[in-house]
Design a protein around this ligand. Sequence first.
Ligand code: C2E
Ligand code: MG
Ligand code: MG
Length: 389
Amino acid sequence: MRLMCLDDDPRIEAVLGRFLKRFGHAVDFHVSVISFKAALASDLPELVLLDLDLGRENGIDVIHWLAETHPGMPVVLLSGHGDNLLDTARRIARSTGIQVLGAVSKTRMVKELPAILIKGVTAAWQQRGQDPQAGAAFTREDLARQIRSGGIVAHFQPIVSPADGQLRGAEVLVRLQLPNGQIISAAEFIPLAESSGLIDEVTENLFERLLGSREMLALSGVAFIAVNLSPLILQQERALVLVRRLVDGFAAICSVKIEMTESAATAYPDVLRSVAAQIHLMGASLAIDDFGIGYSSMRALAELPFDTLKIDLSFVSEMFASPKALRLLRAMISFGQALELQVVAEGVETEAQRQLLIEAGVDLAQGYLFGKPMTAEALANTFSTRRPS
Ligand code: C2E
Ligand code: MG
Ligand code: MG
């Protein structure tokens, strides 16, 4: 692979040059930002190694420049300033659209770079040839038409006990199924539904579908279903009518958990207090979702009757890339335990993540490792009919 390295310390060439050559990589070293930019203008590498500390100049400016001039360029960040700075720089770079393949402390460079570069070979210029319009958003009218023609469907993602993989519950994730069979995920249309006043209709339709899946769900053996409710719905008295319909409808099969995002819980505490209390009284439980990415949610946790804490999937996906994310993840698990909340880790994709989460003490886990969101029928087919004891 052809690499370009920007580091104001000329010794890096001696340390890395021969070492990377052994792995079959050719590196073009630059000690000044000017020569680096000039070289990039004439010869495009497949990956950039970027030191954050560049004497008078700094790597953050270079990140922004790269994002503007070479969007999608794969980059590995280097720093002698420790993991905290690397972590922040990685987030800055990602938010600008740069592909960050790794963020490596210089003390660990020789050990960690080879594996990252292998990843780089496959990722190199992935961005190229991608259609920026792919997945272009719907209009409000498209969405309204699809909802009214029965496009709203319920998918179910298994929530398991991480040690034995036994099914405990399932999160209901709404999908839009187009007439050609294409499935649109929640992340792609829920924001539009919320901003265009269609979220009520989406929710009503979803709940009808859910009630229609009762028999299949009973076969799967879930002990609970977890349903996401938009903050816009949770602010209305009608939320209680909807939740009551679900709790009664599922009474013979499983319990109902209502998930509200951390930001919803912090934005409207007054209205939510009463709605949350009544949801609780109806016999449904309450989860705080995407925990860790909002702010000042301590008050919400203190005031609302949550019994479940779902840690945002970004902490799980980053736990091996960022020592800070791992420390935060462990702290959040302990925090949930101290409040006697059931702690759920989302976004578990690998066996290594599963092992670490078991060791850290999470109660439940959810993620592609255990199953992607699927139809009620697939859930029933995949998991045994035996209810975990
Ligand atoms: P969420 O409640 O945090 O749901 C988890 C999201 O993470 C889902 O995306 C799920 O498909 C995805 N996910 C699960 N496991 C993994 C994994 O291992 N790796 C990765 N990369 N992703 C994973 P989805 O279905 O697109 O939902 C996105 C968000 O949309 C949800 O986040 C929730 O906030 C909202 N949403 C979903 N269904 C509904 C609904 O019925 N009503 C409302 N109001 N919002 C919903
Ligand atoms: Mg959720
Ligand atoms: Mg979540």
